[in-house]
Write a protein that binds this ligand. Structure first.
Ligand SMILES: *[C@@H]1O[C@H](CO)[C@@H](O)[C@H](O)[C@H]1NC(C)=O
Ligand SMILES: *[C@@H]1O[C@H](CO)[C@@H](O)[C@H](O)[C@H]1NC(C)=O
Ligand SMILES: *[C@@H]1O[C@H](CO)[C@@H](O)[C@H](O)[C@H]1NC(C)=O
Length: 695
């Protein structure tokens, strides 16, 4: 018996054959006595007691007294004990120690179930009186678990627990009780294995041979890892050996990987290693109600997904260099010196690329492109020679040069620049500054020669006085080119009656006035008369110096070039020859005419004291800011119109502007000399004016 009560109840309800058990409370003990006990019992009795205790209990009957007519086999009077299923539990008669009969003694009698029937029967005679019997019974818990019947299924398929009046089944670890409360099934559904390695086996492995299983195991690790199954060698899943090899028809282990055909396994060969290339593997183990599968066991491990080798980079490096690059690995891309990183056609600063969980790099490999320095800066009045092709790439070499002989490169004739890794053109000293072409001064391409004693001077040949400038301000005047945007002249050319003119015209580059005045004049940016020039009455020519700043720089050539300023502290020895040019008045056949051709003459420097003496009686005074030149006979003299032109004195092979044609007492007069502004006294003012205004 011993089924859990509710099942009985259920059966009863379904069978409609008994009262609801739940309402009945069975006694758990009681007393039974023969009729009239302890008086002797009568003849021809047939008494019956049906004892019952609660389900899950058995009845323990203990006799306290028995005195029934003793006979062989208890054939006259007897107390018969029957089990629920009418099996004879005992047939008793006699007394304790009586030679005949069958006395139960003090041993209690147990019913196999929770019911027991007692039948007391007597015959018609009694040779002597007998008292009968007295017994009590009590309910005893049955240890259902101990009931071993080798022919029937055990009550519990795995573990049995006896309880008062009943029992409970339970299951080993990894199993769970089926709804029938008796059998166990593998608890193998819904398990998710998310660790990066682990162990799995079929329920009960290696002992169990289980049927009717539908187990599902899911190995699901984080993306970026792939699962590898390693089956142990003990592997057995029932297979059907058909003509076409074994088919896994009834028992199988199915391995499913996303986007792949599931693989069904059976047989007794371990599949060994299975590389799934997936982070998500489902195992379905199925057995049906027949056959035998011992099961399987496996260890799974994971590996990081690998990204394809990034390959090598021309003109660059990929670090670190691994044989294999795995999920979460990073690579750095660097270009060789002189190369830049390019991605999608754009330059990028740095490149770190990550191996993603899908086995792809998160960015493509950039390229290393040679850097270039761009077109080098042009050199004003110079040029560039491409020594290594016409590209501007790294390590290209260019050479700057100036337009000789009118311009000079500071520090050399030619200077090489290289395109360096920082994308700058740099010279051999690593300086990235483009050189400057400075105008060559005082070196005309043609030499004038001497024209000492020729009255009125001599016609100048082309290019012999390239610094000569024609001024048309208030009448004709001269000027001296001293820089590519600076003309030096006499202050009195620009100041009339104490008022500075604001109109001026500057032309240069030819020896013929007619030629010059057909040319466009250079635009003047500003006039700078020496602040110390104060000559309202034309008697004080001290500080007769002025500068004209031109709007645009002049590009020099053989016909227009500057003259050099004298060196600091330059002095002039008496008698040294100078050269004076000008478009001024010249003598022709004894008459003064305004020359339309550039004329020149070469006066010697006159001793300062000699010159002062020559001015005795005149209202004009000679100052230290003046220098005199001329022949005592007056044949080499500057005249009106020459004012502002240069007294050039050569120092070595260059001409310097020693003086500016300033004034004189009559032209070409014996005993009179030409007076020139002594330029060396104004070097500081000139340089300051030029610096302050040269933007
Ligand atoms: C698979 O497991 C066996 C032991 O069962 C072991 O010897 C073998 O090294 C494993 N293979 C791999 C690739 O892990
Ligand atoms: C894993 O695969 C199973 C079926 O193969 C699918 O149902 C589940 O959504 C997958 N899980 C992930 C995280 O991809
Ligand atoms: C020299 O330069 C001047 C002024 O720029 C120009 O007018 C003249 O044509 C040039 N002469 C030569 C020979 O290039």
């Amino acid at each position: 018996m011993g089924r859990p009560n509710w099942i009985i109840w259920l059966l009863c309800v379904l069978g409609c054959e008994c009262l609801p058990v739940a309402d009945v409370v069975w006694p758990n003990h009681g007393k039974i006595q023969s009729p009239d006990f302890p008086q002797p019992y009568g003849p021809d009795l047939l008494e019956r007691w049906d004892l019952r205790v609660a389900d899950g209990y058995q009845i323990q009957l203990t006799f306290t007294h028995m005195d029934i007519e003793p006979t062989q086999d208890c054939s006259y009077d007897a107390l018969v004990l029957l089990s629920d299923d009418k099996k004879l539990l005992g047939k008793f008669c006699g007394q304790e120690d009586s030679p005949d009969g069958n006395h139960p003694g003090n041993q209690p009698i147990l019913s196999p179930g929770n019911k027991m029937s007692l039948v007391f029967q007597t015959d018609d005679t009694n040779s002597e009186p007998h008292k009968g019997f007295s017994a009590h019974y009590q309910a005893m818990d049955i240890d259902e678990c101990a009931l071993l019947d080798p022919d029937s299924e055990p009550l519990c398929s795995q573990i049995c627990h006896n309880t008062l009046g009943s029992y409970l089944c339970s299951c080993h670890h990894g199993f769970e009780l089926r709804p029938d409360q008796h059998t166990c099934m593998a608890s193998c559904v819904g398990g998710v294995f998310s660790e990066l390695m682990g162990h799995l086996s079929s329920p009960g492995f290696p002992d169990a041979s289980l049927r009717k299983l539908d187990c599902r195991y899911l190995i699901s690790v984080e993306p970026g890892f792939t699962v590898t199954l390693n089956f142990t060698s003990t592997f057995h899943i029932e297979s059907d050996e058909g003509e076409e090899g074994s088919s896994c028809l009834y028992h199988w282990l199915e391995v499913t990987v996303q986007d792949q055909q599931p693989v069904r396994l059976c047989g007794d060969q371990s599949p060994g290693l299975m590389i799934t290339n997936s982070n998500n593997v489902t195992l379905d183990f199925h057995t049906d109600s027949e056959g035998v599968s011992d099961g399987w066991s496996l260890h799974y491990s994971t590996e990081r997904v690998s990204c394809p080798s990034p390959g090598s980079l021309t003109h660059g490096r990929v670090t670190p260099a691994f044989n294999q690059y795995l999920y979460k690995d990073y690579i750095h891309i660097r270009c060789d010196q002189g190369y830049k990183l390019m991605m999608y056609g754009r330059e990028i600063d740095s490149s770190v690329i990550r191996c993603q969980s899908n086995g792809q790099w998160h960015l493509p490999l950039p390229e290393c492109q040679i850097i270039d320095c761009g077109k080098p800066e042009e050199l004003l009045n110079g040029g560039i020679k491409y020594l290594s092709g016409s590209d501007y790439q790294h390590r290209s070499v260019i050479q700057y040069h100036c337009n000789e002989p009118y311009y000079n490169l500071v520090g050399g004739v030619k200077v090489s620049f290289t395109c360096t890794a920082d994308r700058k053109w740099r010279d051999n000293n690593d300086v990235p500054v483009v050189p400057v072409c400075l105008p060559v001064c005082g070196k005309p391409t043609a030499r004038a020669g001497q024209a000492g004693r020729i009255l009125g001077g001599k016609l100048a040949l082309p290019d012999t006085f390239p610094w000569q400038v024609l001024l048309n301000v208030n009448g004709r005047g001269g000027g001296i080119m001293i820089g590519d945007r600076w003309v030096m002249t006499a202050a009195h050319n620009l100041v009339h009656n104490g008022i500075q003119v604001d109109k001026d015209q500057v032309r240069g580059g030819h020896i013929d006035v007619n030629e010059l005045i057909n040319r466009a004049a250079a635009s003047v940016a500003s006039l700078h008369v020496h602040p110390g020039y104060d000559n309202p009455n034309h008697i004080n020519y001290d500080n007769d110096i002025a500068l004209i700043r031109l709007q645009n720089r002049i590009t020099f050539n053989s016909s227009i070039m500057p003259i050099c300023l004298p060196p600091d502290g330059a002095t002039y020895v008496d008698g040294v020859m100078g050269l004076v040019s000008g478009f001024g008045v010249s003598q022709k056949d004894g008459t003064s005419i305004l020359s339309n051709k550039l004329m020149f003459f070469s006066p010697p420097v006159v001793n300062q004291q000699t010159c002062i003496r020559s001015l005795a009686g005149e209202s004009q005074r000679l100052t230290d800011n003046m220098i005199c030149a001329g022949m005592p006979d007056g044949k080499s003299d500057a005249c009106q119109g020459d004012s502002g032109s240069a007294l050039a004195i050569s120092q070595g092979d260059i001409y310097t502007a020693a003086g500016i044609v300033s004034w004189g007492i009559d032209c070409n007069t014996r005993g009179k000399y030409g007076v020139y502004t002594r330029v060396v006294n104004y070097l500081d003012w000139i340089k300051k004016t030029m610096n302050d205004n040269d933007i």
